[in-house]
Design a protein around this ligand. Structure first.
Ligand code: ZN
Length: 192
């Protein structure tokens, strides 16, 4: 089932996600719907907050991206990204692997037509989470996958990529951000 993706200006995007205590049928259904919604929107990641669920859950699928490489070590072994997608991550813990950073472009399904050129993040991270079956999974990743994991991990803590824009980029986009926020709030007020 396709879910409605909320835009910037919806208060849920600033809510910290509640920890999921058990992977119930409802959570599995939410995860499946989030994957379907992400695919339909041609996104590579989607967090619970973006479908108005302030929970510690996000989904990823990078298989369609061919021009921005990733690295993946799954449970300590080099792994093929495609074999692990789509990914459901519940109650994720994300830790930078070393001091290296990477600067690159980002977009977000909750910010149509708004794109950052320069978001700086740790270049590689270690991740521990539950999957959609409630099993603990552990992996280390770099490249686009590390960027996507951190973007979504921010979402489940109420942090948005505009918070990590350079001040120059943020200034450039501020009129568009204000307009998007106003439109979202107006739609919420009229119940549309
Ligand atoms: Zn996003």
């Amino acid at each position: 089932m396709l879910l409605n993706v909320v835009n910037y200006g919806h208060p849920v995007l600033r809510q910290r996600g509640v920890r999921i205590e058990a992977v119930t049928p409802e959570i599995r259904s939410l995860a499946a719907n989030m994957i379907e919604t992400m695919h339909a929107a041609q996104g590579i990641g989607l967090a619970g907050q973006q479908v108005a669920q302030a929970l510690q859950i996000f989904v990823l699928d990078l298989r369609e991206v061919t021009d921005r490489p990733s690295t993946l070590e799954w449970e300590g072994e080099p792994a093929d990204i495609a074999d692990r997608m789509p990914l459901v991550l519940i109650n994720p813990e994300v830790t930078p692997l070393n001091g290296a950073t990477d600067t690159g472009p980002e977009g977000c399904l909750s910010f149509p037509e708004i794109f950052a050129e320069q978001i700086t993040r740790p270049a590689s991270v270690r991740v521990s989470a539950w999957n959609e079956r409630g099993e603990t999974i552990r992996f280390a990743c770099g490249g686009l996958l590390a960027r996507a994991v951190q973007h979504e991990h921010d979402h489940v803590r109420g942090i948005l990529f505009i918070d990590r824009m350079t001040s120059a980029e943020r200034r450039k986009w501020q009129p568009d951000l204000d307009a998007l926020q106003d439109a979202t709030r107006a739609a919420l007020r009229t119940g549309r």
